[in-house]
Design a protein around this ligand. Structure first.
Ligand SMILES: [Cu+2]
Length: 605
């Protein structure tokens, strides 16, 4: 067979495009010397550690907190990533599993513990694991975001994530941050117990419920249709809503007069859920690791990536009650060209709260009425932190204006853009590597959507305008933020209305369709942190930013060898000398403003 030069170069160009953009292709690794070297290296690292505990968990068994000790504990967990055949809703398909199960096992720790987690990749695809909500203070390279904080873990390679839970406690989760892999199965709960939990005496047992939208087709099949110039549909329609990875007849057993803390995690790729338990009110106590003033609610709206804890008192007559996790299809637009538009989905996900001693019959319980705004986060008055946080009330040192919209790009594909730029990761040269080899942040590629700020402990404000019909659940890595303002269409941000004194604190917030969002956080965590819509289909269309936080500190860090060696042809040692200090340079990602007079956000219309 003859290959001419033109064909070869087309092949190489196509390979480059596949490897360096969010185009949906499973990348298969070729064995080469570097690869073999890496395997030997990771084996060596593993020998130096304690045995890793291989965990599998039953989400339908209640648990109590781990034993509390005076000293923090180092916990060694083994997560083996492997494709297996499973039938979560009765339909068998290939699942990107962790330790053979879906959802991935519940990882648990106490506040202050060190987590040493060995991720052994047997997927046959590259992978990475992100610890959603964990600050990763001082360990940015273990945040698990290919293209930003690490290179993907190649197949047949083990990689050890090593981080501390620090002062954090609450309900977190972990999932793949590589392509749309988490929608195929790599998602599970991460729980950090707190010996100082003010609500500890108010519940006897705990349950974790992960909510997910399940597809019968893999994302490898869905994405090439979705990201195509000819696609005129909306976001792919799922086939089932699942509670902790199961369909309708999943039982959460309770004992009469006991109290249960339910930790609800929306781990969906897309779906906005409404959660409730018939005839049992929910006492809301936690939003994303933050204790909140207890509020009694009947129905809990929960968007993608968000977490809440509620206490449920099993004080009703012995019997069975529906647990409802309904995908709110009012937040989902579907047309006839939408992938799986004729799905046979029952949008009403169900589980059963089953009292000990109840009869073997179907629940006859009554659903609570609805009394909240659709496709929105709960009313801020229900999410007030137990301790009001005032640190966001001060002079803003860095301010960014962001506009979100969808537009057809040069390749004919409708992409999601932030300030007219659709995010494209460079998987084999993540941003952190670039900063550490002293590439000036303003020289980062424009399509990496960098928000650069370098004022230590300064207040950073992001004002975001969502110029399209969809609501978006925005998640920030490495931080929680104070929600200053959420506005509907034509309800423009007005600083006088900002909630500076006692804002909602979280890491994942909903911006309404054609609405506004203003958040503030403290620049206290040097690193590269993703800030993105958590609808996975929108991530694939580029709805991602990266915070380049305190680069003048970050550039002097050293990436551990195991993390840097994931990158082929790694030349991070070769440091460059920036000719001009960062703070004297113009920034790349226009029209983002740094350290200038704050713009009147009303003018961004
Ligand atoms: Cu979105």
């Amino acid at each position: 067979m003859k290959l001419n030069l033109k064909k070869v170069s087309i092949l190489f160009i196509s390979l480059f495009v596949i490897c360096s953009s969010a185009i949906p292709a499973r990348i298969h690794n070729v064995d080469n010397d570097e690869h073999l070297h890496l395997r030997a290296y990771t084996n060596e690292i593993q020998k130096r550690h304690e045995p890793f505990k291989f965990i599998q968990t039953d989400y339908f068994k209640p648990f109590v907190h781990l034993p509390f000790t005076n000293k923090s504990v180092t916990r060694y967990y083994q997560l083996t990533l492997k494709k297996v055949k499973l039938s979560p809703d009765g339909f068998e398909r290939t699942v990107w599993s962790v330790n053979g199960q879906y959802p991935a096992p519940i990882i648990r720790a106490n506040k202050g513990d060190r987590m040493i987690i060995n991720v052994e990749n047997k997927f046959g695809d590259p992978a990475a694991v992100h610890w959603h909500g964990v600050f990763q203070h001082g360990t940015n390279w273990y945040d698990g975001v290919p293209g930003q904080t690490q290179c993907p873990i190649p197949n047949d390679v083990s990689f050890i994530y090593n981080f501390t839970t620090g002062d954090q406690h609450g309900t977190f989760w972990y999932h793949s941050h590589f392509m749309a892999q988490y929608a195929d199965g790599l998602r599970g709960a991460l729980i950090v117990h707190d010996p100082d939990d003010p609500y500890l005496k108010e519940y006897d047992y705990e349950y974790v419920i992960t909510l997910s939208d399940w597809h019968h087709r893999t994302t490898g099949e869905i994405l090439p249709n979705f990201i195509s110039p000819t696609y005129t549909g909306r976001r792919p329609v799922p086939d089932s809503p699942l509670l902790s990875g199961r369909g309708r007849y999943n039982f959460y057993n309770v004992k009469k007069n006991k109290k249960y803390r339910f930790r609800i995690i929306n781990s969906a790729a897309d779906a906005f859920f409404i959660f409730s338990i018939d005839e049992h009110k929910l006492k809301l106590i936690e939003s994303e690791g933050i204790y909140i003033k207890p509020t009694i609610i009947e129905k809990l709206p929960i968007n993608v990536g968000q977490r809440y804890s509620v206490i449920v008192n099993a004080d009703q007559p012995i019997g069975k009650y529906w647990i409802r996790a309904t995908i709110d299809k009012r937040c989902v637009l579907i047309n006839n060209a939408t992938i799986n538009f004729n799905s046979s989905i029952d949008w009403n996900g169900l589980g059963i709260l089953k009292y000990e001693g109840s009869k073997n019959d179907k629940p006859k319980s009554k659903e609570f009425p609805e009394n909240f705004k659709i496709c929105r986060d709960p009313d801020p008055k229900h999410l007030k932190p137990l301790q009001p946080v005032t640190k966001y009330d001060g002079n803003v040192s860095d301010f960014f204006n962001i506009t979100v919209k969808f537009q057809r790009e040069g390749d004919g594909i409708v992409k999601a853009v932030m300030n007219n730029s659709s995010f494209i990761p460079q998987f084999n040269d993540p941003t952190i590597n670039k900063i550490i080899r002293h590439i000036p942040p303003d020289e980062l590629p424009k399509e990496q959507n960098s928000l650069i700020f370098d004022n230590k402990n300064g207040i950073v404000e992001i004002a975001l305008w969502n110029n399209n019909t969809d609501e978006h659940p925005f998640h920030m890595h490495g931080h929680v933020f104070g929600v200053m303002f959420v506005g509907e269409k034509n309800e423009y941000p007005d600083e006088k209305k900002y909630n500076k004194k006692n804002p909602v604190i979280r890491d994942n917030v909903t911006v309404p369709g054609f609405g506004y969002l203003v958040i503030r956080f403290i620049a206290d965590n040097p690193g590269i942190w993703a800030f993105h819509c958590h609808i996975e289909w929108h991530v694939e269309l580029g709805l991602v930013l990266q915070l380049v936080e305190l680069p003048s500190i970050l550039m002097n860090e050293t990436i551990p060898n195991d993390a840097s060696s994931l990158c082929f042809k790694n030349d991070y040692q070769k440091k460059r000398n920036p000719t001009t200090p960062f703070h004297n340079r113009e920034r790349m990602f226009n029209p983002v403003i740094i350290n200038e007079i704050r713009r009147d956000i009303n003018k961004i219309r």
